[in-house]
Design a protein around this ligand. Structure first.
Ligand code: PLP
Length: 392
């Protein structure tokens, strides 16, 4: 049995569900008993082009049957092309560094900021301000950057220089002569699908530019069309100094990227990664980026965003005793639930009825479907969610 095997050999860092999924097609997953589920999670925003995507599978197979990996001591053609695609689709004048995860991309962002603070200006600047309830990853430094004190238990001492603003308005008052950067998610994901105010983010960008403090936008969850635009920074009409991405970029193949306008900041030897940007991950990302760019340009993504929102709002309005507000953009959505136990039973009952949904923060029901979800899958998923809610 999977449960016994897992419990005997895998460290218990997750509260796991033991359903054994064996196959999937776009937003539909099948378990070992042939039960079907509509996947409104896409593996926490990762499987952006759906399960079992044939174009991605074919591209990966074709690539790995020739070369899977050559070190970064050699130029890697799909990596260079991937950087070109990312820069072009973002519309920003930047260069990329490839890593393998969101936390690792954020480590790269922090290193860029730290080096900038070392080589620019009179005094050494190293402090980075992040927001309360932010999430930036699980490595020691990304964890320290994460504004959730409870997650810091046991793992100190941490690197110096991270402070947490209670909200975006509090950032300016916390800046001192050693501040080098501010790092934000414009829509907090893990913290509970919490979009920042667009006007305030634009004012923050201006204020930081004036003071030569870098704006880092963590787009690990919001990036790669999740909010409807290639980047949430595009949606907010800002130009950050540093942007990180990961989750949806490889369609399930691990990849992270940090991109920056500070194109000259790193010299050879300043940063590196064994696996980062190898043939496998960047070939996957290139195919994902092609699929999603075509999907966006054809108008189909925007059409489905509207359908998804329509059904979400209908559900929200049908259960005013359960939901207090509807939040988020595009295919990154949340419904605030009256309390955490009710949310837990929605997730559990939804699973029984054949729809997978996520939790975020304390009491937010989070929906991150594949970006290529079809209208039929949207309708079926919300029907099952409605069935689950009607039993509560
Ligand atoms: C998931 C997430 C991370 C961490 O990504 P990993 O790939 O798990 O390291 C960092 N930042 C944000 C905003 C995320 O949503």
């Amino acid at each position: 049995m999977l449960k016994e095997l897992e419990e005997q050999y895998v460290l218990p860092t997750y509260t796991r569900n033991y359903t054994n999924f064996v196959s999937g097609k776009n937003a539909v997953l099948k378990d070992e008993n042939n039960k079907e589920y509509i996947d409104f999670t896409s593996g926490i925003g990762v499987v952006s082009v759906g399960h079992g995507n044939e174009r991605v599978a074919k591209a990966i197979c074709e690539q790995v049957s020739r070369i899977t990996h050559i070190s970064n001591l050699y130029a890697i053609e799909p990596q260079a092309k991937c950087a070109q695609r990312i820069v072009r689709q973002s519309g920003y004048d930047m260069k990329c560094f490839f890593a393998n995860s969101g936390a690792e991309a954020n480590e790269g962002a922090i290193k860029i900021a730290r080096k900038y603070g070392e080589v620019e200006g009179q005094v050494k600047r190293y402090k980075i301000i992040t927001l309360d309830q932010s999430f930036h990853g699980r490595t020691i430094t990304a964890l320290k950057a994460t504004g959730q004190e409870a997650m810091h238990n046991y793992f100190g001492p941490f690197p110096d220089g991270f402070t947490y603003a209670k909200d975006i308005d509090a950032i300016e008052g916390m800046i001192d002569e050693h501040t080098v950067a501010v790092m934000i998610e414009v829509v907090q994901g893990e913290g509970g699908v919490q979009p920042l105010d667009k006007v305030k983010v634009q004012a923050l960008e201006k204020m930081l530019k004036k003071r030569d403090i870098l704006l880092i936008v963590d787009e690990v969850q919001t990036g790669v069309y999740r909010t409807g635009e290639f980047l949430a920074s595009n949606l907010y009409e800002i130009t950050p100094d540093i942007i990180t991405m990961a989750k949806g970029l490889g369609g399930g193949v691990p990849i992270g990227v940090v991109m920056t306008t500070k194109k000259e900041i790193f010299k050879a030897g300043d940063h590196g990664s064994t696996f980062g940007g190898n043939y496998l991950s960047t070939t996957a990302a290139n195919t994902v980026l092609d699929i999603l760019e075509e999907y966006k340009n054809s108008g189909e993504l925007d059409r489905m965003l509207i359908k998804f929102e329509l059904h979400l709002n209908a559900l929200f309005e049908k259960y005013p005793k359960i939901f207090s507000s509807s939040v988020g953009f595009g295919m990154m959505r949340g419904l605030r639930v009256v309390d955490a136990p009710t949310l837990a039973s929605i997730i559990k009952t939804g699973h029984e009825k054949g729809v997978l949904v996520l939790k975020a923060g304390r009491n937010t029901l989070r929906l991150l479907p594949p970006l290529t979800i079809t209208e039929v899958e949207i309708i079926e998923g919300f029907k099952r969610l409605d069935e689950a809610l009607s039993t509560l």
